[in-house]
Design a protein around this ligand. Structure first.
Ligand SMILES: NC(=O)N[C@@H](CC(=O)O)C(=O)O
Ligand SMILES: [Zn+2]
Ligand SMILES: [Zn+2]
Length: 356
């Protein structure tokens, strides 16, 4: 294990790592009955979370964002937690919507879902050229554009959809709005890593823990495992390796975004299962496993607690959390409103835990 001033090692069983309180820059909390569970999990140690707006109906203006914010706060998250709301862009979003959202003080970004790309994206954008006024407004008020980067064209193979999006949609967008802050969300390919590294400081990316832990073999070899199915889909191991290198490299362009996206067990274990992985119950502990395997525990704090805040021009959290290396068992299922969700590492062990 690499040593830094924050890591104390008594023996291999008992390492501890203290870092600035981390934030989650991409999470799905859903709505209604399940909010009590998702809010409890996400606020256990995260300071802030960028809350995705793909509800039904989606969060398309400041008023809807405010009422969603109120429903989240009604679940009484830990005092250290603050939800950062996001506007869902449609073909009908106006520059005025952006300005009002910015003025609300609750909305920190707007999300581009190509129509049909992922869960609850049917109201998404059919052509980014419809949104030139919106992007211009976002650029002027320095509101980050968050992007689900996949094309939806039927002819394009599902494993190529991120790469083709970068080439055909993202590159022209970056060229047209050179000062627009853009986060390429939940990147899954070496192509995305290379694109982000080569781009200006206004371009960043979130990386999920499941794309660091797993590749498509984990999902498909020896039987199909629906709980690994998410979008963008897990890729081959060379891409996983590129993501692990990017996350642990110390580059300030990459930051933590779990994309924790729960669906009820029955909706995943189905002849047409939903896309999404639930990791909010144990995200920082799982990231710690990856960073330890890469001999980069000293880089976890930048990735989890500093780079995202700097990108969003928000203050870095002032308090700390401590992770201890002490394994614990994840249950087979967890409560999800009146239903259950199967979390990452269900029925298995996680090596680190956050000291309460
Ligand atoms: N990541 C997923 O597989 N699913 C997300 C949507 C998304 O982030 O694309 C969801 O809301 O279920
Ligand atoms: Zn997405
Ligand atoms: Zn997501």
């Amino acid at each position: 294990m690499s040593q830094s001033k924050n890591i104390t090692t008594n023996n291999s069983e008992n390492s501890a790592l203290t870092i600035i309180r981390p934030d989650d820059w991409h999470v799905h909390l859903r709505d209604g009955e399940v909010l009590k569970n998702t809010v409890a999990d996400i606020s256990r140690y995260f300071g802030r979370a960028i809350v995705m707006p793909n509800l039904v109906p989606p969060v398309t203006d400041a008023k809807l964002a405010k009422s969603y914010y109120d429903r989240i706060m009604a679940e009484q998250p830990k005092a250290s937690f603050k939800p950062l709301m996001v506007l869902y862009l449609t073909d009908n979003t106006t520059a005025q919507d952006i300005l009002e959202a910015k003025k609300s003080g609750l909305v920190y970004a707007a999300k581009l879902y190509p129509a049909g790309a992922t869960t609850n994206s049917s109201s998404g954008v059919t052509n980014v050229n419809n949104l030139s006024d919106v992007f211009a407004a976002m650029q002027s008020v320095e509101m980050p554009l968050l992007v689900h980067g996949e094309v939806t064209t039927h002819e394009i193979d599902i494993f190529d959809r991120e790469q083709v999006f970068i080439e055909t949609v993202l590159q022209p967008l970056v060229a047209n709005y050179p000062n627009l802050k853009i986060v390429l969300e939940h990147i899954t390919t070496k192509n995305a890593v290379d694109f982000v590294k080569a781009a200006g400081d206004n371009i960043g990316a979130t990386i999920t823990v499941h794309h660091l832990l797993y590749n498509r073999n984990d999902m498909l070899v020896g039987g199909i495992r629906p709980h690994y199915f998410c979008l963008p889909i897990l890729k081959r191991n060379i891409h996983q390796q590129a993501l692990r290198e990017a996350a642990t490299s110390g580059s300030t362009k990459f930051f933590l975004g779990t994309d924790s996206a729960p669906h009820a067990q029955s909706a995943k274990e189905s002849s047409c299962g939903c896309a999404g992985v639930y990791s909010a119950h144990s995200a920082i502990e799982l990231y710690a496993e990856v960073f330890e395997q890469e001999n980069a525990l000293d880089k976890l704090e930048g990735f989890a607690s500093i780079n995202g805040a700097n990108f969003y021009q928000l203050p870095i959290n002032t308090d700390k959390i401590t992770l201890v290396k002490k394994s614990w068992s994840v249950p087979a299922t967890m409560s999800f409103g009146d239903d259950v969700v199967v979390p990452v590492r269900a029925n298995d062990e996680i090596l680190w835990q956050v000291q309460e």
